[in-house]
Design a protein around this ligand. Structure first.
Ligand SMILES: Cc1ncc(COP(=O)(O)O)c(C=O)c1O
Length: 445
């Protein structure tokens, strides 16, 4: 599976953005996140084109939680996308990158007072509200500052999306948003409408992530328009914006077959149009918040192979120099990945190996990879790591987080530096009472 600008060059090595991945590994070290700029930009454009060709007023917002760095913010901003953030840290990153605040939308299922204040201070374009308490809090803060703030109400439409339970957000039984059952959602709308410093612009939902079937998207779009019709009929409120979240799946494995952006846009816009006609509603502005489907396939991670452990008749374990700290998804969700031995990319994949990380856990990255003979020192390129890898990375086992390079036209630019060992201890503090001399012998001597 070769994605975006990936190809196999004359040396039989994997190339991305015109750069030899073996050379990238040598120059920047491993583990290394690599982002294919052209493929990422092209996907941003294709997203916009697919929706703009089918619907009068569309806003595509990059969901920063998928892969947020200052350079990534610059790219999505240049491509005319908005930015959705879900914490003070993501908001700070966007603002520091110079992202226009009016094109930023703040989400989050438990936004703190400080985060809401930060959003008001910055003048973000929209704040998504998940709870009645947030409605009160934002009203209080906005009133205190003499501001009026545009808000979206998050609802859980109850549409079943077939994906891992940790990334399902559609159910009524979820911490996210107001369930469209029982009337709490209408109470929230009424409350927002009655809050003098809030302007309810629209309704929002996000049914889950890595969804490979179009049906749940169609159903969710229809249910949201039905809900908009109820708001008009029961509260006399016209929904101006309909934000249907993100969730479209990507190719992790060669056999994955996600819907094309065209098919996806056709389904969503068709459902909204059809239902608006049925209810006699004007077409709302349609918002989309893709993360994974914008950036997932544009990213790869390079590792260096260390120990290769052959258990004859059982399995071959190939250990790489990263693992669950740079990609927790296999451990969290049983997520599956494909990989290419970058320096042997042209060789037949005749063996079966398990790829493990270096952590003090059984951190299997790929349980069953078809690969050529792998030896220590080989470079392994794991595909489709652009979403929820760097953004979910940790320092488990006190491993420094990898660098990120942006590649295009044969050039590679560092967009996030590799953490150093000193970064690992930078925030540690030792109280005075723990300082002083060590005992003369330790237990290990
Ligand atoms: C509110 C919201 N919008 C958008 C997204 C992006 O989803 P995805 O990366 O699957 O497109 C998420 C992901 O969790 C989300 O919670």
């Amino acid at each position: 599976m070769l994605l975006g600008t990936q190809r196999i060059n004359g040396n039989g090595a994997l190339e991305i953005g015109g750069c030899d991945t073996v050379e990238l590994a040598r120059q920047f070290g491993t583990p290394l996140y690599v982002l294919d700029e052209d493929y990422f930009r092209e996907t941003c454009r294709n997203y916009r084109a697919a929706f703009e060709a089918r619907y009068p007023e569309v806003g595509i917002s990059f969901s920063g939680k998928a892969f947020m760095t200052s350079a990534v913010c610059r790219i999505v901003g240049q491509e005319g996308l908005a930015l959705d953030v879900s914490s003070g840290g993501e908001l700070h990153t966007g603002l520091r990158a110079g992202f226009p605040p009016e094109r930023i939308l703040l989400h989050g299922s438990n936004k703190s007072r400080a985060e809401l204040e930060m959003a008001l201070e910055a003048g973000v374009g929209r704040v998504g509200l998940d709870h009645l308490r947030e409605v009160d809090l934002l009203q209080e803060l906005a009133a205190g500052r003499g501001q009026r703030v545009d808000v979206l109400l998050r609802v859980a439409p109850g549409v079943q999306a077939d994906t891992h339970t940790h990334i399902q957000t559609w159910k009524a039984d979820t911490k996210f948003g107001f369930a469209i059952v029982g009337g709490a959602e209408k109470e929230a709308v009424a409350k927002e409408l009655g809050a003098p410093n809030l302007r309810l612009c629209g309704i929002h939902c996000h049914i889950g992530s890595q969804i490979l079937d179009l049906e749940p998207f169609r159903e969710a779009a229809e249910m949201m328009v039905d809900f908009a019709a109820e708001l008009r009929d029961e509260l006399g409120h016209t929904v101006a914006e309909l934000d249907l979240g993100g969730g479209l799946g990507v190719r992790y494995l060669p056999e994955d077959d996600p819907p094309s952006l065209e098919e996806y846009a056709e389904t969503v816009t068709g459902a909204v149009r059809g239902r608006c006609e049925k209810h006699g509603l004007p077409l709302p502005r349609l918002l989309q918040e893709p993360g994974r489907s914008l950036v997932g396939e544009a990213g790869m991670t390079l590792y260096t192979v260390g120990v290769v452990k052959e258990l004859p008749g059982v399995r071959t374990y190939v250990s790489v120099d990263g693992g669950m700290s740079d990609n927790p998804r296999p451990a969290l969700y049983g997520a599956r990945y494909d990989a290419i031995v970058a320096n042997k990319a042209g060789e037949p994949r005749e063996r079966s190996v398990a790829v493990s990380g270096k952590h003090c856990e059984t951190d299997t990255l790929i349980a069953d990879l078809k690969a050529p003979q792998i030896e220590p020192g080989d470079i392994l390129a794991v595909q489709t790591t652009g979403a929820y890898n760097y953004s979910m990375a940790s320092n488990y086992n006190r491993l420094p987080r990898p660098a990120v390079v942006l590649v295009a036209d044969g050039g590679a630019d560092l967009i996030v530096e590799r953490e150093t060992l000193d970064d690992i201890v930078r925030l540690d503090r030792v109280p005075a009472r723990l300082q002083g001399d060590w005992p003369s012998r330790s237990a290990a001597e």
